[in-house]
Design a protein. Structure first.
Lengths: 664, 528
C-alpha cells in the first residue's frame, strides 16, 4: 500500500521533471504524457478505492532527530483521502485532455503541462499528508503551482500581477496556518493527525491546554483555509486568478485547490471548538453572500464563475461551521464536477468567440449544441434544481443549517436564511449568464457575422460531457430529492435531521425558481427596470463615491511616491487590515478591494519612511563617526598604505587603554 | 583513520597559494585565478574528507590539534599561556562546510577581475585562510587574531575593487567592525584575567591563565572573586560585570550579524563591493556573528543569555520585520537583497535566543541556508551588473525574454529565499520559529511577530520578480537591450550547483542537523 501511495505521489512529479528537462521539443506530446500519467494515477486510486472499508492507515518515515525527538513525515489514508484521490486524478485527467486541444497552438505547452504536474503532486501531498507539517509543505507548493499557472502568460502584466496577488494573499493565510502548526508543536509536541485526534478523543480537552488556546489554534489553522479557499477577507485573489488559462481555472481555481481549505477543515475537525466553529460559520456565511452578490454584476464570463466559486466555497465553510462536515464534503464533491464543467464550457466558448465579455456573446446555442447542453446541465446543478447533484448537496447543508439554528437563538436563523438567499442569487446570476451567452441576441455585430464560431472539437467535448453527466443525481443517490441514503452518506455517516427536510427542499426549489425566472427576465441588455437594477445603481453610487474619495487620497500619495507611474496600477502588496474596511462598508467587495489597494500604498509608504529613517537617522550617526575618522585620518587617506597603519595604531591604543582600565 | 595535522593543512594551505601568486611574475597573471580555483577546490575536497570522518555521535571537539604557542611568566600575576588550538564541533563544522563551498563559488565569480590581479587573488586566498581559521580556532586569542585578520583583506577588497563610493563604504565597514572587535577584545582580556587552566596550574603550582575557550565555559575554572567569576559581586557602572561582558560580546557580534540598528554598514558595503566580495560577505562573514554568539557569548555567559533572552529575541524579530520593510522600499536590486539578509539573519538571532534545541539547530541551519542562498542572490545581481552596469529595479522589465535561464535561476533563488518548502530557507525559518514558539524564555507573541517576516519576504521577492523579470521586455536604457544575453557556462556553473545544494539540504536537513544536534544538546545542558 505504502509503495503504491509513493508511486501515486511521485508519478506527476517525475513526468513534470521529464517535461522540463526535454523542453520545447516536448510540445507535441506533453499533453498526452500528462494525461497518461493522470490516467495511471486514476487507475491506482480506483484500485485503492476498493479498500475503503479498512480503518485509516498511517505510514511514517523518520526525517531526522533533534535531541532525541524525532520528526517524521507521514502519509495517511482513509475514506476521505481515497475520495479526494479519485476526484483530483479524475478532474486533472479531464482538464489535461481538454487542454491538449485548448492550448494546441501555445508555444509553452511543455511548461504548461509540467506546471500542472507540479500542481497534481502538491495537491496529492495535501490529500495524503498524515501530519499538518507535510500538509503545509503541500499547501505552499500548490501556492507555487497556482502562481506559475496564473502567471503562465508572463508577458501579460496583469497575469503576473494577479499571480503575485494570489501568492501574497495566500501567504497571509499561510502565516496563520504556520503559527497554528507551531502552537500545536508547542502544546502537543507533534502535528501528527492520528496522535492529535487520539489525544482529543480520550479526554474531551487534552491536558494542560485551556479551551481558549484550542480555539485559537483552530482559528489559526483555519487561516490557511481562509487564504486557499478564498474566504472573506482574503478572497480578492480568486477573481484575478482568472487571468490564467481557462482549464487551469477549472482544475485549480474551481474543483481542487480552492477546495483544499474545506479538506483541511475536515481533517482538523476534531480540534475545532464550538466557539471556533461559530466564527468559521460566520466567515463562511459572509463569503457566501458577498460572492453571490458580486457575481450578479459581472460581465466577464470567467469572473462571474469565480465569484460563484467563492460563494459556493463560503457555503461549504458555513456547512463545516454548523457541524455539517459530511454534507460540506458532499458539496465539495458535487461542486467539483459541475463547476469544472462550467469552466470547461466557458473555455470552449472563449475558444470559439475569442472574448470573455458576455455582452459580446449571444445566440451560441445553434452553433455550439454540445457545449450548450453540457453547460445547461452544470448550470442547473449550480442553481440547485431538483434532479441535479447540486440540489442534493446544497439541500443537505441547508437542512442541517436550519436544524442547527433551531437549537439556538433566533438570531442564528440569519445563517440558514442567508444561505437560502444566496441560493436564490446563484440561480439568478447563472441563469442570466446562460441566457446572455447562449440565447439572447448579441450586441456586438462582429460576433453575429463571425463564421469562425464553431463547436469545440471532440477532445474538448469529452470532458465537458463527462462532467455534465456527473452533475445528474443518479450518481449520488437513487432518490433525486434526498441523498441521505446515497452511497456518500453510507461512507460518511452523518446525523441527518429529517424534520426539516421537506420544508427546506420546498423552500430551496421555490427560491431557485424565483431566481431563475428573475434571471431570465433581467438580462443586462434588456432595459427592464427591476429591483436588481436599482440595487445595481445603488451599488454603483456607493462605489463611485468611495472610489472618488480614494482617488484624491491616491493622488496625494502619488506625489510622495517615487515609482515608475507605469507600474503603479500593479502596486498590490499586502493587505493586513482588510477587516476594518469591511466593517465600515459591509456588503460590497469592490470597496474592500479599494481599501486593500490603499493599504498596499500605505505599506509601501511605511516601507519608504522606514527606508529614509534608516538612511538619515540610523545612518547619520555612523556617517558622523566616519566623517570624524576621515577628518582625523586625513593625512593617511591613501588606501594603499595609510589606513592599515592607523588601524593598528588604533588597535594598539585600544589594547593599552583596556589593559590600563582592567588593571587600574 | 587519522590524518595528522589535517586541520592545520585545511586552514593554511590557501596561504601556499597566496605565496605562489606573489612569487609568480605579472606576465603570467592569467594563472592567478587558476591557482585560486585550485586551492579553494582543494579546500572543498578536504572538507569532504572531514565530513566523512566526522563522528556525529560525539558532541565534543574533534580533530583537535594543540601546541603551546606563547608562554610568558609574569611573576606574581601568573603565567600567560596562549595555545595554538584547533578543533571542529557541531557548531563550527557546518560553518566550515559553508565556507569552503562559498569561497569556491566566489573564486569562480572572480574570473573577470581585470585590475591588480596579483593583489586581488592573493588577498582572496588570505581571506580564505583567516575565515577558516576563525571558525576552527578554539583558543580565544587565536580566534581573535583570525577575526581581525579577516578585516584586512576585506577592507582592501572593497576599497580597491569596489564601486564608485567604495572608499566611503570600506571605511564604514572598517569602523563598524573595529568597534565590534574592540568590544570583543575587552571581554577577551577580562576573561583571560579570570580563567585559569586547571591542568597546567596543577602541574606548575602557579596560576596559569588561559585563552582556551573550552576552559572558559567551565565555571570551576574561574578564579574566586575575579572580574567575571560567577559568584563575584563585581559591578561596573552599576551593572554586574558578567552581564556587561555579555552585552559587549553581543554587540561585537551583532555588528557582524548584523542586527538592527547596527546594520547600516551592510547595504553600503554590499552596494560598493564587487560581486565575489559581496558573495563572501553575505555568504560567510555575517555568519561569524552568529557563530561567535554560539561559540563564545552563550557558553561562557549562559546566565546572561538566559536573563536577556527576551530582549535578544525581540532584537531578532525587529531585524526580521525592519529588514523586510526596508527591502520592500529599495530600488537597487543589490540593496534589496542586502536588506533581505538583515531580515533573514534576524531568524538566526530569534532561534539562538530561544534556547531550545529546535531554535539553535535551526539557527545553525539557517546560517548555512542563508549562506548558500545569499551567495546565489548576489551572483544573480552580479550577472546583470556585469552586462549593463545598472542594477536599478525600475530600469528593466521582462528580462525573461532575452534571459530565460537567468530568470528561472533567479526565480529558484527568490522562491528558495522566501521559504518555499523543498528548499533550505523553509527549514531554517520553520525551526527558528518553532524554537521561538516552544521557548520557555521567549514570549509567544515575539515569535508570532516573526512570521510577518515570511509574508514580507514573499512581498519583496515576488514584487521584484514581477517588476524586473516578467512582463514585456523593456529597458530604460535602450543600449542595454543589446547586451542582455543569457547566462554563459561559467555563470551556470556557479548558480546551478548552489540551487541544487539549497534543494538538497532542504529535503535532507538531516545532513546538517546530524552534525549540530549533539553539540547543541551539550550546549543546552547549561541552561536546564
Amino acid at each position: 500500500m505504502f509503495s503504491k501511495l509513493l508511486i501515486l505521489l511521485f508519478l506527476p512529479l517525475v513526468s513534470c521533471l521529464g517535461l522540463l528537462s526535454v523542453g520545447k521539443k516536448a510540445n507535441a506530446w506533453a499533453g498526452w504524457v500528462a494525461s497518461f500519467v493522470s490516467l495511471l494515477g486514476l487507475g491506482i486510486s480506483l484500485y485503492l478505492f476498493q479498500s475503503w472499508v479498512h480503518a485509516p492507515q498511517q505510514f511514517s518515515v523518520e526525517w531526522f532527530v533533534l535531541k532525541e525527538k524525532s520528526f517524521t513525515l507521514s502519509l495517511q489514508t482513509d475514506n476521505l483521502t481515497l475520495i479526494m484521490l479519485v476526484l483530483v486524478h479524475f478532474v486533472a485527467l479531464l482538464v489535461q485532455l481538454f487542454s491538449i486541444s485548448y492550448m494546441h497552438d501555445d508555444a509553452g505547452r511543455w511548461r504548461y503541462f509540467a506546471f500542472l504536474g507540479v500542481f497534481v503532486f502538491s495537491m496529492l501531498l495535501i490529500v495524503l499528508a498524515g501530519n499538518l507539517f507535510l500538509m503545509y509543505v503541500g499547501w505552499e507548493l500548490v501556492g507555487l503551482s497556482s502562481y506559475l499557472l496564473i502567471g503562465f502568460w508572463y508577458e501579460k502584466p496583469r497575469a503576473v500581477w494577479a499571480a503575485k496577488k494570489a501568492f501574497l494573499l495566500n501567504r497571509i493565510g499561510d502565516a496563520g496556518f504556520l503559527m497554528g502548526i507551531l502552537l500545536l508543536f508547542w502544546y502537543f509536541g507533534t502535528s501528527e493527525l492520528s496522535v492529535l485526534s487520539s489525544q482529543f478523543t480520550v479526554n474531551s480537552l487534552p491536558f494542560a491546554v485551556s479551551g481558549n488556546e484550542v480555539t485559537l489554534i483552530g482559528l489559526l489553522l483555519f487561516c490557511g483555509a481562509v487564504g486557499k479557499s478564498a474566504q472573506f477577507p482574503l478572497s480578492a485573489w480568486l477573481p484575478d486568478a482568472m487571468e490564467g488559462p481557462t482549464p487551469v481555472s477549472a482544475l485549480i481555481h474551481a474543483a481542487t485547490m480552492v477546495a483544499a481549505g474545506i479538506f483541511l477543515l475536515a481533517r482538523i475537525y476534531f480540534l475545532l471548538t464550538p466557539d471556533a466553529l461559530t466564527i468559521i460559520a460566520i466567515i463562511g456565511g459572509i463569503t457566501m453572500v458577498l460572492g453571490a452578490y458580486r457575481a450578479i454584476f459581472q460581465t466577464d464570463i470567467k469572473k462571474l464563475l469565480a465569484y460563484s466559486t467563492i460563494s459556493q466555497l463560503g457555503l461549504m465553510v458555513l456547512g463545516m461551521g454548523i457541524g455539517a462536515r459530511e454534507a460540506a464534503l458532499f458539496h465539495l464533491l458535487t461542486h467539483a464536477f459541475f463547476k469544472a464543467g462550467l469552466f470547461l464550457c466557458a473555455g470552449a466558448v472563449i475558444h470559439a468567440v475569442h472574448t470573455q465579455d458576455m455582452r459580446q456573446m449571444g445566440n451560441l446555442r445553434p452553433k455550439m449544441k454540445v457545449t450548450f447542453i453540457a453547460y445547461s446541465i452544470c448550470a442547473a446543478a449550480l442553481a440547485g434544481l431538483p434532479f441535479f447533484s447540486g440540489f442534493l448537496s446544497k439541500d443537505a447543508i441547508l437542512v442541517e443549517a436550519f436544524a442547527w439554528a433551531s437549537q439556538r437563538t433566533a438570531i442564528a436563523y440569519v445563517l440558514p436564511v442567508a444561505a437560502l438567499l444566496s441560493a436564490g442569487l446563484t440561480a439568478f446570476y447563472i441563469t442570466k449568464q446562460w441566457r446572455l451567452v447562449f440565447l439572447s441576441r448579441p450586441t456586438s455585430e462582429a460576433v453575429i457575422h463571425s463564421h469562425e464560431i464553431h463547436e469545440a472539437d471532440k477532445l474538448m467535448q469529452l470532458p465537458m460531457v463527462l462532467l455534465a453527466g456527473l452533475s445528474v443525481f443518479v450518481w449520488f443517490s437513487i432518490n433525486p430529492l434526498d441523498a441521505a441514503h446515497g452511497w456518500f452518506f453510507q461512507l460518511f455517516p452523518s446525523k441527518f435531521s429529517h424534520e426539516w427536510h421537506t420544508i427546506v427542499a420546498t423552500l430551496s426549489v421555490i427560491v431557485a425558481a424565483i431566481g431563475i425566472s428573475l434571471g431570465y427576465i433581467c438580462t443586462f441588455n434588456h432595459n427592464i427596470p427591476s429591483i436588481v437594477q436599482q440595487f445595481g445603481t445603488l451599488h454603483d453610487t456607493i462605489k463611485k463615491a468611495y472610489e472618488q474619495g480614494w482617488d484624491s487620497v491616491k493622488h496625494q500619495l502619488q506625489i510622495l511616491r517615487e515609482h515608475d507611474p507605469e507600474t503603479e496600477q500593479f502596486l498590490f502588496l499586502i493587505s493586513p487590515l482588510q477587516k476594518i474596511g469591511q466593517w465600515l462598508y459591509h456588503l460590497d467587495h469592490k470597496i474592500v478591494d479599494v481599501t486593500v489597494n490603499g493599504f498596499a500604498y500605505l505599506t509601501v509608504i511605511v516601507a519608504h519612511i522606514i527606508g529614509r529613517f534608516d538612511r538619515m537617522v540610523v545612518d547619520g550617526a555612523v556617517n558622523g563617526a566616519a566623517w570624524l575618522a576621515r577628518f582625523v585620518g586625513s593625512r593617511t587617506r591613501n588606501l594603499q598604505n595609510g589606513q592599515a597603519q592607523s588601524y593598528f595604531v588604533v588597535v594598539l591604543v585600544g589594547i593599552i587603554a583596556v589593559i590600563l582600565w582592567v588593571l587600574h | 583513520m587519522k590524518i595528522p595535522y589535517l586541520l592545520s593543512f585545511f586552514v593554511f594551505h590557501p596561504l601556499v597559494g597566496t605565496i605562489a601568486i606573489l612569487l609568480i611574475s605579472n606576465r603570467f597573471k592569467h594563472t592567478y585565478k587558476w591557482i585560486t580555483l585550485f586551492f579553494t577546490a582543494c579546500q572543498v575536497l578536504v572538507s569532504g574528507v572531514l565530513y566523512s570522518m566526522y563522528d556525529t555521535s560525539n558532541p565534543a571537539h574533534q580533530f583537535v590539534e594543540k601546541a603551546d604557542w606563547i608562554t610568558l611568566s609574569l611573576g606574581n600575576m601568573g603565567t600567560v599561556s596562549i595555545d595554538y588550538l584547533l578543533g571542529l564541533d557541531g557548531i563550527s563544522f557546518p560553518m566550515v562546510l559553508l565556507t569552503s563551498v562559498v569561497m569556491l563559488v566566489g573564486a569562480i565569480s572572480s574570473w573577470h577581475i581585470d585590475k591588480r590581479e596579483k593583489a586581488y587573488f592573493s588577498l582572496y586566498l588570505l581571506l580564505t585562510t583567516s575565515i577558516t581559521g576563525c571558525f576552527i580556532a578554539l583558543d580565544f586569542f587565536l580566534f581573535f587574531l583570525f577575526f581581525e585578520f579577516m578585516l584586512l583583506p576585506m577592507y582592501f577588497l572593497i576599497g580597491l575593487w569596489g564601486g564608485p563610493r567604495r572608499e566611503y563604504a570600506s571605511i564604514k565597514f572598517f569602523l563598524y567592525t573595529l568597534v565590534g572587535s574592540l568590544l570583543i577584545l575587552i571581554v577577551m582580556i577580562a576573561l583571560y584575567m579570570s580563567v585559569i587552566d586547571p591542568v597546567e596550574s596543577q602541574l606548575t603550582q602557579t596560576m596559569v591563565h588561559t585563552f582556551d575557550l573550552r576552559y572558559m565555559t567551565d565555571m570551576r575554572n574561574y578564579l574566586p572573586n575575579s572580574l567575571l567569576s560567577l559568584s563575584g559581586e563585581v559591578n561596573l557602572f552599576g551593572i554586574p560585570s558578567r552581564m556587561l561582558a555579555f552585552w559587549l560580546l553581543f554587540i561585537g557580534f551583532a555588528i557582524k550579524l548584523p542586527i538592527v540598528p547596527l546594520h547600516t554598514w551592510l547595504p553600503d558595503a554590499h552596494v560598493e563591493a564587487p560581486t565575489p566580495v559581496s558573495v563572501v560577505l553575505a555568504g560567510i562573514l555575517l555568519k561569524i556573528g552568529g557563530y561567535g554568539l554560539l561559540r563564545i557569548a552563550y557558553p561562557i555567559f549562559p546566565d546572561a543569555a538566559n536573563e536577556y533572552a527576551f530582549v535578544l529575541a525581540l532584537l531578532g524579530v525587529i531585524s526580521i520585520v525592519y529588514g523586510g520593510f526596508n527591502a520592500l522600499a529599495q530600488n537597487d536590486l543589490k540593496k534589496m537583497i542586502a536588506y533581505s539578509s538583515v531580515s533573514h539573519m534576524g531568524f538566526v538571532v530569534l532561534g539562538i535566543a530561544s534556547l531550545t534545541s529546535e531554535g539553535i539547530n535551526g539557527a545553525i541551519y539557517q546560517m548555512v541556508s542563508h549562506g548558500v542562498l545569499s551567495a546565489m542572490l548576489f551572483l544573480v545581481v552580479g550577472v546583470l551588473y556585469d552586462r549593463t552596469h545598472n542594477r536599478l529595479i525600475d530600469s528593466y522589465r521582462g528580462l525573461i525574454g532575452p534571459m530565460p535561464i537567468y530568470t528561472v535561476l533567479t526565480g529558484v533563488a527568490f522562491f528558495a529565499s522566501l521559504g518555499l518548502p523543498g528548499f533550505s530557507g523553509f527549514v531554517g525559518e520553520l525551526f527558528t520559529l518553532m524554537g521561538g514558539f516552544k521557548s520557555a524564555v521567549v514570549p509567544t507573541w515575539v515569535a508570532a511577530l516573526g512570521t510577518i517576516g515570511i509574508i514580507l519576504a514573499a512581498a519583496y521577492f515576488l514584487w521584484t520578480l514581477q517588476r524586473m523579470f516578467l512582463g514585456k521586455l523593456w529597458a530604460k536604457n535602450q543600449d542595454d537591450l543589446v547586451v542582455l544575453y543569457d547566462l554563459d557556462a561559467r555563470e551556470k556553473w556557479m548558480l546551478v550547483p548552489l540551487g541544487l545544494l539549497a534543494f538538497l539540504i532542504g529535503i535532507l536537513p538531516n545532513s546538517l542537523f546530524q552534525l549540530s544536534d549533539k553539540t547543541v544538546s551539550q550546549l543546552l545542558k547549561v541552561f536546564e
